[in-house]
Write a protein of this length. Structure first.
Length: 385
C-alpha cells in the first residue's frame, strides 16, 4: 500500500496528522494510542470540522486544559523557545517505538538546520519559538506514530501551495514562504498562489521533506482504499484541507530501452546481471540490425515506476549508450505464492481463471548437481515426490 499527500492548500503539521488519523476506521482506538504516547501536559482530542462544506478531521491538542496553537504562543510565554536538546529530551521520554522517536528527531533536525542557516547559527544553538511548543511536538509525534502504524511502501506528495503575502511570528512579520520554510523546501516543488496567508508551515514542510520519496503532480491510482481529510483552522476562500490517499500500486511498470552497437556480448551480459542484482523486474538483450546494416543489441530493463531514475543511472554506468527511451506499459500479472513440500519450493501462480505450479529451478539444479544427472531427470524425480 502507498500514501499520497495532496497539498493543494499547503501543508501544516496539524493538518497532516489529522488526515492520517482519518485513514483509520476505529478513531477511538487511534486516539487512545496517541494519548498513550504520554506527551507531557498534552491531551489529544478527536474532532471533525467542515471546510467549504467538506467534512474532515481536526485534532485538537489540549495543553494544560487549553488548546494551544503556534499563533497563540508566538511572542508570549514560549518566546524564549526550546533548544534542540530540550526537544529531544521530551522525545526520548515518549512511550513510543524507537523508530518513531528517530523519525521525530529527524524531522526536527531538518527544521533546526534551516533555522540555523536563516539566523547564522548552528543547529545546536537554535531555540525554537512556535516550533518548540508542545502542540508542534505533538503534531510531529502523531504523524510519525501513524505512518509507522500504516507502514506504507511508498510516500508521494504533490507540489506544495505555500500561499502568499506575509506571516507574523516570534521574529516579526516575514514573507511567505517564511525563510526557514523556503530553505526546507529546497529541492521540493512548490508554488505561490493568490491566497494571502501562510499555507505551508515549517513543520509541514519538514514532514514532507523527510517522508516523501517523490513529489508528483499527477499520481496514478489504480485502487484507492481510503481518503483521509485533515482540516485547518483558517477559514479561506477555498476548502482549507489536505487529503491523504491510501492506495494500492497500479499495474504499470517502467520500460527503459536503448540500442547499442559498440558493446561486446560479455559486456552486455554483465550489464544485465547488474540490473537484476539491483532489483530490476526483468532485463533482456535482443539482437537487432541498426541503420547502415550495423549489428547491435536492444538492451531492455523493466522496473518499478519509482525506480526509473535509479535504473537509468545504472544503464548509463554499465553500458555505452548515450540515450535511453522510457515507456510506461500496463501489464497483467498472476498472484504468486511460494510453498514448501517435501523440502522442495513450489511456486504457484494464480489469477484470471488460470492456476500454474512449478518447482523452483534452483531445487532442480541442486539435485542434478548432487546426483550428477540431467536437469530433465532431476525435474522428473522431484515432480514424482
Amino acid at each position: 500500500m502507498n500514501l499520497y499527500f495532496e497539498c493543494n492548500m499547503g501543508a501544516a503539521g496539524d493538518m497532516i496528522a489529522s488526515s492520517l488519523t482519518d485513514l483509520f476506521e476505529d478513531k477511538n482506538k487511534i486516539i487512545d494510542e496517541l494519548n498513550a504516547l504520554n506527551l507531557p501536559q498534552t491531551k489529544i482530542v478527536y474532532g471533525e470540522k467542515k471546510q467549504n462544506g467538506i467534512n474532515g478531521v481536526h485534532l485538537s491538542i489540549v495543553i494544560g486544559g487549553e488548546e494551544e496553537t503556534p499563533e497563540s504562543t508566538a511572542g508570549h510565554h514560549h518566546s524564549h523557545g526550546r533548544g534542540l536538546d530540550e526537544i529531544f529530551e521530551i522525545v526520548d521520554g515518549l512511550n513510543a517505538d524507537g523508530k518513531v522517536k528517530d523519525d521525530i528527531k529527524s524531522v526536527y533536525k531538518i527544521i533546526a538546520e534551516a533555522e540555523a542557516r536563516v539566523h547564522g547559527e548552528t543547529a545546536g544553538e537554535i531555540h525554537f519559538h512556535e516550533l518548540g511548543t508542545l502542540d508542534a511536538i505533538a503534531d510531529i509525534a502523531i504523524t510519525a506514530h501513524l505512518i509507522n502504524r500504516l507502514q506504507p511502501e511508498r510516500i508521494t506528495a504533490s507540489p506544495v501551495n505555500v500561499g502568499n503575502g506575509t506571516v507574523k511570528c516570534a521574529h516579526g512579520e516575514l514573507p511567505v514562504p517564511a525563510p526557514a520554510t523556503a530553505l526546507i523546501l529546497e529541492g521540493v516543488p512548490f508554488y505561490k498562489s493568490g491566497i494571502n496567508t501562510e499555507l505551508c508551515t515549517p513543520t509541514g514542510a519538514a514532514i514532507l521533506k523527510y517522508y516523501a520519496d517523490e513529489f508528483a503532480a499527477v499520481p496514478q491510482f489504480s485502487n484507492v482504499k481510503k481518503i483521509g481529510i485533515g482540516t485547518g483552522t483558517k477559514e479561506l476562500e477555498q476548502a482549507n484541507i489536505i487529503r491523504a490517499f491510501w492506495y494500492e500500486d497500479d499495474n504499470t511498470v517502467t520500460e527503459l530501452t536503448c540500442s547499442i552497437d559498440d558493446i561486446t556480448g560479455e559486456e552486455a551480459a554483465f550489464a544485465a546481471e547488474q540490473m537484476m542484482a539491483n532489483g530490476a523486474l526483468d532485463c533482456f538483450i535482443s539482437p537487432i540490425i541498426m541503420k547502415k546494416g550495423r549489428p547491435a543489441y536492444l538492451f531492455t530493463v523493466l522496473c518499478k515506476n519509482e525506480d526509473a531514475d535509479k535504473f537509468a543511472k545504472l544503464i548509463f554506468k554499465h553500458t555505452t549508450t548515450i540515450g535511453i527511451r522510457k515507456y510506461t506499459p500496463s501489464r497483467y500479472t498472476l498472484k504468486q505464492e511460494f510453498n514448501e513440500a517435501a523440502g522442495v519450493t513450489i511456486k504457484k501462480s494464480e489469477g484470471y481463471g488460470s492456476t500454474k505450479e512449478k518447482i523452483e529451478f534452483e531445487n532442480i539444479k541442486a539435485l542434478a548437481l548432487k546426483k550428477d544427472i540431467s536437469l530433465f531427470e532431476a525435474r522428473k524425480e522431484l515432480e514424482n515426490k
